[in-house]
Structures are given as structure tokens and as C-alpha cells.
Design a protein around this ligand. Sequence first.
Ligand code: T3D
Length: 255
Amino acid sequence: MAEVEVTREGAVQTITLNRPDKLNAFNGAVHAGLREGLKQARDPEVRAVVITGAGRGFCAGQDLTEFGEMPDVGAGLRATYHPNVLAIRALEKPVIAAVNGVCAGAGLSLACACDIRIASDSAFFVPGFVGIGLVPDSGGTFFVHRLLGAPRAFEWMSSNRRLTAAEAHAWGLASEVVEADAFEARVTEYAAELAAGPTRAIGMTKRLFDNADTATLEEQLELEAQLQAVAAASEDFAEGVAAFIEKRPAQFRGA
Ligand code: T3D
């Protein structure tokens, strides 16, 4: 069975990390499968992406039994994790981390690189890196810092404390916590809702928020003006305004 499964239901593409016995820890096949899934997600017909895990894990980070196989750790990170993290940010459509279970190390970084995190109530979040004497990588410091703020991010990532899904929700790390039995249905519903939205506007909103982290106000105002001109020329904008005037729900096509 493939170590990453990619399926499509309507305009939603789901990428499932599939090494349940290892809590979906990263190995070469997982990196490659994720990369292929993210490549397929560039298809304009795909309007929302879900990344999740098989079994009781979302992802436990780097497979520690294969760690020693990389003679140059920095080069390994650049060749494997980095392209996938960058591909998630480059996708101009929403990417949901459906955190079904244990989320640790580079698995935590992966979840935090996504646009939205929905957690099952059976999930928990663990820094992982510090537990084995490493620094957070694959975007861990970048995203956790932005999500939690520097003081909380440092305190947590240097403690290896297990955060329950409820705590992750209270901290703003997860936007929603769902009972395990209802999790899959809720993820399906939410992803379908996003996929029915004005995808280009949502994608450009993602770009704007990414840009806002480092831009000056002047730069951000300018990018907003540029992207609003693109949005205002889209079919979805015409449809949105027509639907408003005709007092009916908009039928966005992502165009
Ligand atoms: O060069 C580079 O690649 C550097 C990149 C580094 C990136 C990183 O991600 S570093 C951090 C790596 N991850 C970790 O250190 C986490 C290790 N795992 C754990 O601490 C615990 O397993 C968890 C807290 C995630 C979950 O605990 P628990 O009690 O729910 O499950 P468990 O019993 O520990 O694990 C279940 C099985 O999964 C177990 O196998 P077994 O005994 O049933 O055959 C365990 O060995 C396996 N497993 C869990 N995590 C990993 C793993 N196998 C390989 N690699 C793992 N990371």
C-alpha cells in the first residue's frame, strides 16, 4: 500500500500520510508522496486540500529509525522537508491540516505550515525536537512563532510538553476540536465549504497574510491594491455581486 494516498472528491483533494504503525513518521517515500500530492493539488480543479494521517497518528515527525541514513542533516532538510513546506505556502488555495491524532516534531511543523488546523479530540501536539536534543526545523520556529507569539512558542518548544487538542484550541493552534467519531464528517463538510468559495480570492488572501509578516504598511497597502484589482476582474466577483443583488446564494466557480 502507498505510504501516501492521494484522493479527490469533487474539488477537494485529500493527502493521507499512510504509515500508521509508525504514526506516519516521515521517510523518503512519505516525502516523495507528499510532494507528488502537492504537485497534483496545483490543478485548478482542486479548490481545497486536506492533509491528514491514517490510524491514530497525524505524523510523528522524522522516522527516527532512518535518521542516521542522512549524512548531511542540513542538506537532507533542504532536499526533503523544505520543498513541501514551500509548496503548501505557494498553493493559492486553502490547505487544511486535519489533525486526527498524534502530531509531533516535523509533523507539528507540517500541520503549522497549513492554513487551518482542525483537531480530533483524540489528537495531541508535541514539539518532539527538544525531546531528542534537536532544534525545531522544517518551518517549526517560523510557523509556531507566528501562531503562538514568541514567549509561548519558546516556552512550549523548549519543554516538549504534550498539548491536548482542547489546549491547542485554547491557544489558537487549532481552530476547532471535533469528537473523534464526528471528525471525518466535519473535515469533509468544512473542506467542501471552502472548495465552494471564491478560490482565487481565498488564495490571494493567503498570499496577503503571508506577505503581511514582513511587509511595511506601505508595501502591504500596495499589494492589497494589486491583488484587489485581480479579484475585481474575476468571474467570481461578478457572480458575488450579481448574487447579492438578486438575493440568492452565490455559485462561485473559482475563476
Ligand atoms: O535530518 C532530519 O530529518 C532532521 C529532521 C528532524 C525532524 C523531526 O521530526 S525530529 C522529531 C522526531 N520525532 C520525535 O522525536 C517523536 C518521537 N515519538 C514520540 O515521542 C512518541 O512516539 C509520540 C509522542 C509521538 C507518541 O507517543 P505514543 O506513546 O502515543 O506512541 P508510541 O508508542 O511512542 O509510538 C507508537 C509506535 O510508533 C512505536 O512503534 P512500536 O513500538 O509500536 O513498534 C514507535 O516507535 C513508533 N514511532 C513513533 N514516533 C516515531 C516512531 N517510529 C519512528 N520514528 C518516529 N518519529
